[in-house]
Design a protein around this ligand. Structure first.
Ligand code: 1VU
Length: 367
């Protein structure tokens, strides 16, 4: 479990990058039903069925696990889940760069265990974040619950949340591009652990981690073009970086599917596949996390990640404070947004989304 020190108001207010919703949509929460009210639209008010993104920690807080959970809809992402993802990424930014030393100008104090009793005026020293040997954050896993990764945008939520700010393609694109790029830029390695379907936006999400591990049930498919759209959650640019131009075009245009059954296609998209019957989470732990946990120094892990991120051009995505996404300097990011906005909400997109929803509903209808 995450320590209480991370919830201390000092960590919440001082110096950290604010969540997307706080930054450019101050009244987002006020405009949308709370999770509780939202829950009432779910069968029997069953807590288990409420769409959510959870964050948990393992191995003495050194491994974080983000789990997408919308069990009735193959973990499709609702607007509320998009907001939760944003909040969790903010927590992970703190977790991975944890301040444990504080000062009141006279004394210095280790507040690793959340104790600020020595002086009420202690202020965390951010310059010591990276030199802090106590920060043992090492890896982040993004996965889905109940045997699926994510079936993209929740089309029912999308249809029924007309007043939600993320209903606007422009806002959804900004929010999801921002959140997924922040996840991609976190200071420790990240892994998508994929069971079952990763479709549309779900496939895009799988590109926002450093590694991808599949179980044999995994199917990753960019179905955007069949829905009259193009990637809108920041996944297009990242897919090209991951697999190269030709394969990215094949996946995006022809819907070429990466399957956990087909090792040949894994070569450039996935970094590993689990054994028959092994969950993607277990496979990710075995193939990527365990070797990382065996490394002697977490600080060196973060140093390597920063070298790779800088070489990859990730630095060009945010301004110098890491606050704002840079469409003016990052042309690929700007082009992806422009392309998405040119098709999302257009006639063809609306028609294909309607047909997809009808198909999903027909499947449910008794013969
Ligand atoms: C950013 C742009 C985007 O993401 S656009 C959205 C792209 N996503 C899609 O088009 C995926 C649509 N879903 C599917 O094709 C199938 O459900 C997939 C994922 C292949 C799973 O098939 P299968 O295992 O047979 O399950 P199923 O179709 O019976 O679905 C189970 C229940 O889940 C629901 N579901 C599924 N996907 C979504 C979705 N994206 N939004 C809302 N609901 C979804 C289905 O309606 C079905 O619900 P129910 O059990 O009939 O009530």
């Amino acid at each position: 479990m995450i320590g209480p020190r991370l919830l201390h108001p000092k960590y919440v207010t001082i110096g950290w990058r604010k969540s997307c919703s706080q930054r450019w949509m101050p009244s987002l929460k006020a405009m949308h039903p709370t999770n509780k009210a939202f829950a009432s639209s779910y069968a029997n008010n069953d807590e288990e069925q409420i769409p959510k993104v959870t964050l948990s920690f393992r191995h003495d807080n050194s491994v974080a696990i983000l789990t997408l959970c919308n069990p009735q809809r193959r973990n499709a992402l609702t607007f509320s889940m998009m907001e939760q993802l944003d909040e969790h990424v903010t927590t992970l930014e703190r977790w991975a760069t944890l301040v444990t030393v504080a000062t009141d100008g006279m004394t210095r104090c280790d507040i690793t265990n959340g104790s600020t009793d020595a002086s009420p005026n202690l202020i965390p020293i951010e310059s010591e974040i990276d030199s802090n040997a106590e920060n043992n954050s090492r890896a982040i896993i993004l996965t889905g619950a109940h045997g699926n990764f994510c079936s993209g945008l929740d089309l029912h939520d999308h249809a029924h949340s007309k007043n939600h700010p993320l209903q606007s393609g422009s806002q959804m694109n900004l929010h999801m591009t921002q959140v997924t790029n922040r996840l991609h830029c976190l200071p420790v390695p990240s892994i998508s652990a994929i069971d079952g379907h990763a479709m549309g936006g779900g496939a895009e999400l799988s590109t926002c981690t450093d590694f991808v591990v599949l179980s044999t049930s995994a199917r990753v498919q960019f179905v955007h073009v069949r829905r009259g759209a193009s990637p809108g959650w920041g996944g297009g640019r990242r897919l090209v970086k991951r697999v190269g131009r030709a394969k990215a075009l094949k996946m995006l245009l022809m819907g070429e599917c990466v399957s956990g059954q087909d090792e040949g296609r894994l070569l450039s998209f996935a970094d590993g596949v689990g054994q028959e019957g092994e969950s993607a989470l277990d496979a990710a732990m075995r193939l990527i996390v365990r070797p990382i946990l065996e490394l002697p120094c977490s600080k060196a892990i973060r140093a390597v990640k920063s070298v790779v991120s800088a070489a990859d051009g990730d630095e060009d995505v945010f301004d110098s404070q890491g606050m704002t996404i840079l469409y003016d300097t990052n042309k690929a990011l700007a082009a992806e947004r422009g392309a998405f906005l040119s098709v999302w909400g257009g006639d063809s997109n609306l028609k294909q989304i309607r047909l997809t929803k009808e198909k999903l509903t027909e499947k449910k209808a008794p013969p």
